[in-house]
Design a protein around this ligand. Structure first.
Ligand SMILES: O=C(O)CCC(=O)C(=O)O
Ligand SMILES: [Fe+2]
Length: 388
């Protein structure tokens, strides 16, 4: 199994989060490579090769942020600390009444920033309602590149924290973009213009955002999908979660890591059901974020890079009794960048949707009962030589 990374697993003691039930060892998990930020910052060639491979094979990897090295804005320990604080901020917000929160839902005004209530998105083509709520904070709003959207006091008082998180989240994404630019056969014009990084300048308008997600416990027998299967819309995503529930649909050339303990699988009937068709859980790891690639990189690389399908289901086993929170930074191309091939023989001609059009179509489509088909991304490419 080429994607396997078992030899690098540290002891179990540092693999669990305090104060929440442990992730069960009775479910299959996805073999995400563990990439060390420290080594990437030291320009370790072997680590760069592993990261490149992870981006081509699965499009998902763990990034170990426990580093003593700081470079420009890349500060792994600082990012971990800020992520911890943001988990507390989001809890404060989600504790507000629904009446208060819906004041910040701007979907009717054509914006995907702000609040999305529980059940107001869809998870499939039948229009089944989702089982989570989220809040999207615009990078442009926080950095003063666009006008400020109204937001509740519980969130307003933390703008400095968002700013720091945006800078460090974006810096991680640019480290990945730089590595990918050096390996992709980019066309001359793209190379001369500075590669992928030059399409993601922090001070240019883009759909970059922070997302807070909350999914309450589901009844054991009815455990199911909270956030429907999707590929991410943008370029690179940085994700923090503590409870399991995130699942990736593995391509058929990557085997899941089988459950460690097979004796206890009875009673996990629902979890077993949720692992059919190649779905495998991503086990959250303390000290790490999860990095995954989005549609824009599939378009730029003509499918060489992978934007893997993923979804969120109820946390497995005992974890299912706890409310699940997650924190995301989505890095996306600047608004007017066209999503088209930048590799091989292509001449970078003026076609393809702009990043802004692409994101609006995808994000707002998933808010309409009949919006599923019209809001697809690169799922077909993602499932190339994968499971149908
Ligand atoms: O909550 C998670 O673990 C993943 C969330 C996600 O995939 C998304 O918001 O796009
Ligand atoms: Fe996602």
């Amino acid at each position: 199994m080429p994607h396997s990374d078992h030899s690098r697993s540290p002891s179990l003691a540092i693999e669990t989060f305090a104060d929440i039930p442990p992730f069960p060892d009775t479910v299959p998990t996805a073999p995400l490579l563990r990439i060390s930020l420290q080594k990437l910052l030291q320009r370790d060639l072997e680590e760069e090769e592993r990261c490149w491979k992870a981006c081509c094979d699965l499009g998902f990897f763990y990034l170990d942020l426990r580093t003593s090295e700081n470079e420009n804005r890349v500060n792994g320990q600082g990012l971990l600390k800020d992520a911890d604080e943001l988990f507390e901020v989001m809890k404060g917000f989600f504790d507000l009444s629904v009446r208060e929160k819906v004041k910040y839902d701007f979907a009717d005004q054509g914006s995907y920033f702000g609040y999305k209530g529980y059940g107001s998105g869809i998870i499939d083509k039948k229009g089944t309602r989702d089982k989570n709520e989220f809040y999207n904070i615009s990078k442009d709003d926080i950095l003063g590149l666009s006008s400020c959207l109204p937001s509740p006091d519980a969130l307003n008082s933390h703008r400095e924290l968002y700013k720091r998180y945006i800078h460090s989240g974006h810096a991680i994404c640019m480290l990945v973009a730089h590595l990918l630019s050096s390996r992709l056969p980019l066309i001359c014009s793209a190379k001369q213009n500075g590669g992928l990084k030059s399409l993601h300048r922090l001070d240019s308008k883009s759909g970059d955002q922070i997302r807070f997600v909350k999914a309450p416990p589901q009844e054991q027998d009815l455990k199911g999908v909270a956030l429907g299967e999707h590929t991410d819309f943008g370029s690179v995503t940085v994700l923090f979660n503590r409870l399991g529930g995130l699942q990736v649909r593995l391509p058929n050339y990557i085997e899941p890591i089988p459950p460690v303990s097979t004796g206890k699988t009875e009673g996990l009937g629902v979890e077993n059901e949720l692992c059919k068709d190649g779905w495998a859980y991503v086990k959250p790891l303390p000290g790490h974020c999860i990095v995954n690639l989005g549609d824009a990189l599939v378009k730029f690389s003509e499918g060489k890079l992978r934007s893997n399908i993923h979804r969120v289901v109820a946390p497995p086993g005992e974890q299912g009794s706890v409310t699940r929170y997650s924190l995301v930074y989505f890095c996306r191309p600047e608004d007017d960048v066209r999503l088209r091939s930048l590799v091989g023989d292509s001449d970078g001609e003026d076609e393809g949707a702009t990043a802004k059009e692409w994101i609006l179509r995808r994000a707002l489509g998933r808010r309409k009962a009949d919006g599923w088909e019209g809001s697809n991304g690169t799922e077909n490419v993602s499932m190339r030589s994968g499971r149908k």
